[in-house]
Design a protein around this ligand. Structure first.
Ligand code: GUN
Ligand code: ZN
Length: 432
């Protein structure tokens, strides 16, 4: 059935850059988004498209609000939902003290299912329609999150964690068991409906070289599955890596030597790396997940977006909950603005939107399906409410342009500013 949605519309056609190239963004103050069978048919001026609609087309009026493409979270851990905002440690101590104990609870499948459902409902409440998600070492954690995504019709990529060293024994697999379980999960889930699988070595500190090589072998066997890991997040971590892998030029080189750097490889953080690494990441088609709330919360460092994009690296935003402090990609973009400001870099709102939508889709090689409102793309979209909070209502009332409204929502916003989230054209969640 054909449906139409009336509101202000905004989406990106390419990266608007630091100077906000206006040809990169399409904005329509009074627009119409026309959808059928879960896909975008067209967008345009409401005054032009409304008279062309047949009587059978249902029109939903979101006037006064802004429709943007569904947000895409390029890096998040669903098992860490309940340890968000845990006090006081940097990465390696934080893992020991908070993350590993939380993940050990996922030995219980019923618990994994319960958290998976809550987690995806939270994502949808925050306008996130696609995510690249870490599970735990337990294979059934991937089953739990992918099954929950299937029930909600979401485009989601997830994987069981591979880790065989430097972590609690009950959270360890082996190179052989991790390989076999991941392979079985790929066969069960990858390409089923809107779901995808990511081979997920936690990071090079918790996988032996043998396990990294086994993961690389699997990545070569299944070139269209994703690879998802962490890279160069924390200075102590980077020092440990150079001791463990003395023959590698850099941390990225450890993954590259194991066959884990290729198209569809997504590396969370990428803070402490040089131009040579950025060039290598770009040439091999890997992507970086920029996780500003996590990088600030764990005191990890500042992501250099200018250098990344100058090297042509694909970049999307990641919430990195539970190291990150919010599932909201509005909040995440707001912290990204500040992280960049500290480095004298600009983040115009059009580029923030790009990093949360089309840029993230490019990072995941999904831009032929999601990320903007090109005809034929899957109709995942978010209805933003400028009046979601009393402060955003006041600020946006005096704004002079759609750009200014969206900037204020991005800086001030959270789930209160998400009026509704649609997945493949169907309402997934709406504010009460
Ligand atoms: N590096 C390895 N594991 C993790 C994790 O769970 N969170 C973050 N932020 N970094 C990691
Ligand atoms: Zn992470």
């Amino acid at each position: 059935m054909r449906q139409a949605f009336r509101a202000s519309l905004m989406h990106c056609l390419k990266d608007p850059g630091e100077s906000s190239d206006t040809s990169a963004v399409e904005s329509i103050d009074d627009g119409l988004l026309v959808v059928e069978d879960g896909r975008v048919i067209e967008i345009g001026e409401a005054s032009v498209l409304l008279p062309q609609l047949t009587d059978t087309t249902a029109v939903t009026d979101h006037s006064g609000k802004i429709i943007v493409p569904g947000f895409i979270d390029c890096h998040v851990h669903f098992p860490q939902l309940d340890i968000i905002a845990s006090y006081g440690e940097q990465l390696l101590d934080w893992l020991e003290r908070y993350a590993f104990p939380a993940e050990a609870k996922f030995a219980d499948f019923a618990y994994a299912e319960e958290i998976a459902a809550v987690f995806l409902d939270e994502l949808l409440k925050n306008g996130t329609t696609t995510a690249l998600v870490f599970g735990t070492v337990h294979a059934h954690s991937a089953d739990a999150i992918l099954q929950a995504a299937e029930q909600r019709g979401m485009r989601l990529i997830a994987g069981k964690v591979l880790m065989d060293s430097n972590c609690p024994r009950e959270l360890q697999d082996t190179p052989a068991s991790g390989y076999a379980e991941s392979k079985a999960l790929i066969e069960r889930w990858h390409g089923k409906g809107r779901l995808g699988y990511a081979i997920t070595p936690r990071f090079a500190l918790t996988s032996s070289e043998e396990q990294l090589i086994a993961a690389g072998r699997l990545a070569a066997e299944y070139p269209d599955v994703w690879v998802h890991t962490h890279l160069a997040e924390n200075k102590t971590e980077v020092e440990e890596i150079s001791k463990l892998f003395p023959h590698s030029r850099s941390y990225l080189d450890v993954y590259d030597k194991a066959g884990l750097l290729r198209e569809r490889s997504v590396f969370a953080h990428c803070l402490h790396m040089d131009d040579h690494d950025r060039d290598c990441l770009s040439k091999k088609g890997g992507a970086a997940a920029f996780c500003p709330t996590s990088n600030l919360f764990l005191g990890s460092g500042l992501f250099d977006l200018h250098a990344m994009r100058a090297a042509n690296v694909r970049v999307g935003l990641g919430s990195d909950v539970g190291g990150g402090t919010s599932l909201s990609l509005l909040r995440t973009a707001s912290e990204a603005y500040k992280v960049l400001h500290l480095q004298h870099q600009a983040l115009p709102v059009a580029r923030a939107l790009y990093l949360a939508t089309l840029g993230a889709a490019e990072a995941l090689y999904l831009d032929d399906r999601i990320g903007n409102f090109e005809a034929g793309k899957e109709a995942d979209f978010v209805v933003l409410d400028p009046a979601g909070s009393s402060i955003s209502e006041r600020r946006t009332r005096v704004a002079n342009s759609l750009d200014e409204v969206l900037f204020a929502i991005t800086m001030l916003g959270d789930d209160r500013n998400i009026a509704a989230t649609y997945v493949a054209g169907s309402l997934a969640t709406a504010a009460a």
